[in-house]
Design a binder for this molecule. Structure first.
Ligand SMILES: [Zn+2]
Length: 353
């Protein structure tokens, strides 16, 4: 693949490197595929990280250390004690202060590499803010925990020709796939629709720090390769850190009928027909982004170890973290205990997937 074709690297003015930077990044510059030219490209690059939890905080720290000049970090959540075993950038004090993750990450990065220009966006990525938050980036890293946001990233990235790197981890298992619009398969070539039903999440199935760092490391290696050479090997890598197994699927091929990268239909960029709605005067938010039939019995089994659950065939009630979720079999939920739609979507993503 032609590097210029992919990222138009030479259209960007690489940052000139000085003696101090040459010393700081010397071990990376010594790696021949990067070299001084690659380092200059990193210093002039802008990467956006969507979701600054376990994967995203690793991305942010690693890219800052590697000398990527500009970082945008988008996250809607705040740091909690239960994050600390795997979210490498955060400390006890961040959880005590309930700092927004994007802000905590920004503060930490300023201490890791003060020359990086970091922008923290405490926001829920939506069709209405995606262009403003990500439009200027050379590369997008997926640190999200839900498919809604990944399909939004995929539609946006393909529509704008920005590469992105898919990553996911839960329990001991994870996977990653780089997407170079127009050159490799996109998310919808491989998975045309978001999965239906509830998905295992870190809150229901647990997660090992080891799988997070394994997946995030592969994402970072691809990010550095893309930003310095403009190319990357297209493949899906799946890892089970507990079993010690790694599998790779080369390609996969682009789907010539892909609604996204072939037909250029971008439904996930349209404003949701049913955005989360704050229920006036009730300190509650209704989340109903799409029809997704849920098997409430399966969901009950998954949630039971985590908090009190009551259910019948139509509705399930679940109390956790000071919130009460009422979940309906069409995927709709009312989250009581907040009037903030971003927090409600986050609670939904954590427990329903
Ligand atoms: Zn596609």
């Amino acid at each position: 693949m032609d590097a210029k074709q992919l990222l138009a690297l030479d259209a960007k003015q690489p940052a000139a490197i000085d003696a101090k930077q040459r010393e700081r990044y010397s071990r990376q510059i010594l790696f021949p595929p990067i070299g001084e030219r690659g380092q200059e490209r990193l210093l002039g690059a802008h990467a956006a990280i969507v979701g600054c939890g376990a994967l995203g905080s690793f991305h942010a720290g690693a890219l800052a250390r590697a000398g990527v000049g500009r970082l945008t970090i988008v996250d809607r959540d705040y740091v909690e004690p239960s994050n600390l075993h795997r979210q490498f950038l955060f400390e006890e004090a961040d959880a005590e202060e309930s700092l927004p993750k994007a802000v905590a990450a920004c503060r930490r990065i300023a201490r890791i590499n003060s020359s990086v220009d970091v922008r923290a966006a405490v926001a829920d990525l939506t069709p209405s803010n995606v262009d403003e938050l990500l439009g200027d980036a050379d590369l997008l890293l997926d640190g999200t925990d839900n498919f809604e946001t990944r399909y939004l990233i995929n539609d946006f990235a393909v529509s704008r020709g920005i590469p992105w790197i898919y990553g996911a981890a839960v329990a001991s298992y994870g996977l990653t796939m780089p997407v170079i619009p127009g050159h490799t398969a996109c998310l919808r070539c491989v998975y045309p629709e978001p999965p239906s039903g509830s998905q295992p999440t870190c809150e229901t199935a647990g997660v090992l720090g080891a799988i997070v760092s394994a997946v995030a490391s592969l994402q970072i290696a691809d990010a550095l390769r893309l930003l310095t050479t403009g190319e990357v090997r297209a493949r899906i890598t799946t890892i089970d850190a507990w079993e010690g197994t790694v599998r790779q699927v080369e390609g996969p091929d682009r789907d010539p009928e892909c609604p996204c990268c072939a037909r250029r239909e971008f439904p996930h960029l349209e404003e949701r027909a049913r955005p989360p709605v704050s229920l006036c005067g009730r300190n509650a938010v209704q989340v109903h982004e799409r029809e997704r039939p849920l098997d409430l019995e399966t969901l009950r089994t998954r949630l039971e170890p985590l908090g009190p659950v009551r259910s019948n065939e139509y509705v399930l009630r679940f109390a956790v973290e000071g919130y009460e979720m009422t979940v309906f079999s069409d995927g709709r939920a009312i989250i009581k205990g907040t009037s903030d739609t971003g927090i409600a979507r986050s609670v939904y993503a954590r427990y329903i997937g």
